[in-house]
Design a protein around this ligand. Structure first.
Ligand code: FMN
Length: 358
């Protein structure tokens, strides 16, 4: 399954060391201004090789639109985008040709398909997430037309947690930190792990603001369920919380409910979703990333021939994938909301009649 979404959907293709990766975005309404420079800027936020806190791999991630856009506007036909792979060093991976990297998808892909694309993990590599970011940029351009914004940032790294969230600070932070008061400690933790040939986990926050009431399709395409699916489908994500998430399970109903007034909700523990439908408040997600599996320490593993070996990996890897992963979360959230917006348009007969001017 390489396709996501119903009305506003996208399919990605390509492998990390193949010729290219890319996506086909379908269901984009005609007439949307497609700002190619904006799509590139979104990709640049995810691209590696920008500082000491990310992998040294230098992937240019230059996007090219192949179809679906004429004179800067969407035509209502599939928008295909391609990103050519330019910095693959397949020989970096030659020492793991027959070896499964602990924590990565090598073991399961090989047992499922019987084919081992050892060069960077092939399709299981998070290189594929660049294509999601390109698709997400199209979704964000559509959301912009109706005033909806999607933001992300890093709240926690190696257990060092933000106590407040400043989404503007993220824009100038090398690690997309939400809290400047813990940013240096978070950076130090990444470098400490990196110098120790190890890696660390982290938590990303996603905020979706200015959503109308009513997005989400009960019972089996609820907004929270689909957002969770979208986040859990990102490489290395191990948990997702909506609103206060787990914390709410330790509260009383009297503490956890969001009291209602005619003017709106008095709090937002729910994370802007009730019954699988947006309630008009900000949608809040916390997305939990595990530490990067590829580390440069000797570990126990086995080979495709079933031989036990101890080996230390070589190559270039992110010491903390949550940082670049947060941009992918943002893209996936935008793609979900774009889909929900289009699906919601047919919810009442009055709405359908109004559309057809009956
Ligand atoms: N894993 C690595 O081993 N090395 C990497 O350089 C790496 N970069 C990643 C970059 C991003 C943006 C993301 C989101 C993940 C990255 N990962 C990396 C994580 C692996 O792709 C992921 O752990 C692996 O596919 C196994 O899947 P799972 O952790 O979801 O079970």
């Amino acid at each position: 399954m390489n396709r996501f979404g119903i009305r506003f959907s996208f399919t990605t293709f390509g492998e990390s060391h193949g010729k290219a990766i890319g996506c086909v975005v379908d269901g984009v309404p005609a007439g949307l201004t497609i700002d190619e420079a904006y799509i590139q800027r979104e990709l640049d936020r995810r691209k590696p090789g920008q500082n000491a806190y990310a992998t040294a791999r230098k992937e240019e991630d230059t996007v090219e639109i192949l179809s679906g856009v004429f004179e800067g506007k969407s035509t209502g036909t599939p928008i295909a985008m391609v990103i050519y792979n330019t910095n693959q060093k397949s020989k970096d991976y030659s020492n793991i040709k027959d070896i499964f990297r602990p924590g990565h998808a090598d073991y399961t892909y090989w047992h499922k398909y019987g084919i081992r694309d050892y060069r960077g993990g092939g399709r299981s590599s998070a290189r594929e997430t660049a294509a999601r970011v390109a698709a997400g940029a199209i979704a964000k351009l559509m959301l912009r037309e109706v005033g909806i914004t999607v933001k992300s940032g890093i709240s926690e790294i190696a257990g060092i947690a933000a106590s407040s969230f400043d989404f503007d600070h993220v824009l100038t932070s090398e690690i997309y930190a939400l809290d400047p008061s813990v940013e240096q400690a978070q950076k130090d933790a990444i470098l400490l792990a990196k110098n120790d040939h190890d890696s660390v986990g982290g938590v990303a926050q996603v905020r979706i603001e200015n959503l109308p009431v009513g997005l989400g399709e009960p019972l089996y395409y609820k907004l929270d369920a689909v957002l969770a699916d979208a986040m859990m489908g990102i490489n290395a994500v191990k948990a997702v919380e909506i609103g206060d998430g787990l914390l709410g399970t330790r509260l009383h109903g009297s503490e956890n409910n969001d009291p209602i007034r005619h003017s709106g909700f008095e709090s937002n523990h729910s994370g802007g979703i009730l019954g699988g439908i947006s309630n008009g408040d900000a949608v809040r997600l916390s997305v939990y990333f595990k530490p990067t599996p590829s580390i440069f320490r000797e570990q126990h593993t086995t080979t495709t021939e079933g031989e036990d070996v101890d080996f230390a990996l070589k190559g270039r890897h992110d010491p903390c994938v949550a940082i670049r992963g947060s941009v992918v979360c943002e893209a996936m959230a935008a793609l979900v909301v774009a889909d929900m917006l289009l699906l919601n348009m047919g919810r009442t007969i009055e709405g359908v009649a109004r559309y057809y001017h009956v």
